[in-house]
Design a protein around this ligand. Structure first.
Ligand code: ATP
Ligand code: MG
Length: 257
């Protein structure tokens, strides 16, 4: 269980302000969709939550993001530990140049997960872990007979579920996903959506999407950004049926996109 509170968050790249005073509490174990027009700051907000923004040299971040009450921007924060608790699924899959099996086993080995170290680890423990995460990602049945093949041989839709298995394999509490289905065909996209719905029972999933229909299908909670401002955030049912703000109404109706 991880509780995220964003307080007075401001982000700029060089002299360009991108997020203005964002205050937001993320509900646990739900699918939260961050939506809004291109360039409004969705990816920036998502990446702020596990400090992936740090990779940009000219970025400036002020305010705080509390994870279970601890500010992740505190200089004392262990960023590796943070990124283990808050995993990130990018728009496109980048499988490691190794087998399907090795791709999933990699994370637990690096992080020395207790499951592996307990009882001396062992190949059998590792095999069952790999199966477990591939099942959670909805990929097991398609790959169980070809685990030793290079991951690059999988279709892009399968690779994206492999990427999900890799995120899950570090046992995060929160999954950040940036337009995770935008590179996929509709059938593969549906498979990823189905897994998200199953996973939300145990994880908090924060998803950026520019597809309103996907937000309607999947999200329990909506965060609507417009030009760096947080315009409205509320349970999805209320957001779509009774939005408060004129900009939200215009966005939902398709007047602005
Ligand atoms: N590394 C960067 N350096 C400078 N400006 C950036 C950088 N990354 C993003 N920006 C700018 O910050 C603003 C917000 O970008 P961001 O990627 O967060 O938007 P977005 O809502 O995810 O857009 P899209 O829907 O197109 O992915 C944009 O004006 C963008 O050009
Ligand atoms: Mg983006």
């Amino acid at each position: 269980m991880a509780h995220i509170q964003i307080q007075q968050l401001r982000v700029s790249y060089g002299s360009l302000p991108v997020l203005n005073d964002i205050n937001l509490e993320i509900p646990d174990r739900q699918i939260v969709a961050i939506i809004g027009p291109s360039g409004c700051g969705k990816t920036t907000l998502l990446k702020s939550m596990n400090r992936l923004l740090d990779l940009n040299e000219d970025v400036s971040v002020t305010g705080s993001i509390l994870l279970d009450g601890v500010n992740i921007y505190d200089p004392a924060m262990d960023v590796t530990c943070l990124r283990k608790r808050v995993g990130f699924l990018p728009q496109r899959p980048y499988p490691l140049p190794m087998s399907i099996f090795e791709n999933v086993a990699f994370g637990p080995r690096i992080h020395g997960l207790s499951v592996l170290s307990a009882g001396g680890g062992g190949k059998q423990a590792e095999k069952s872990l790999v199966e477990h995460y591939l099942r959670l990602a909805g990929l097991w049945d398609e790959v169980k007979d070809r685990l030793d093949e290079p991951a690059a041989k999988l279709s892009i839709g399968q690779q994206q579920r492999l990427a999900l298995a890799r995120v899950l394999s570090i046992e995060p509490e929160v999954i950040l996903a940036d337009e995770p289905t935008s590179a996929l065909d509709p059938v593969s996209a549906k498979l990823v959506e189905t897994q998200f719905k199953l996973l939300k029972e145990n994880y908090t999933i924060i998803l950026v999407t520019h597809i309103l229909r996907q937000a309607r299908r999947l999200a329990d909670y909506i965060v609507f950004l417009y030009m760096g401002d947080l315009i409205e955030h509320k349970p999805a049912a209320v957001f779509f049926s009774a939005p408060d703000d004129e900009k939200t109404k215009a966005y939902i109706s398709g007047e602005i996109s």
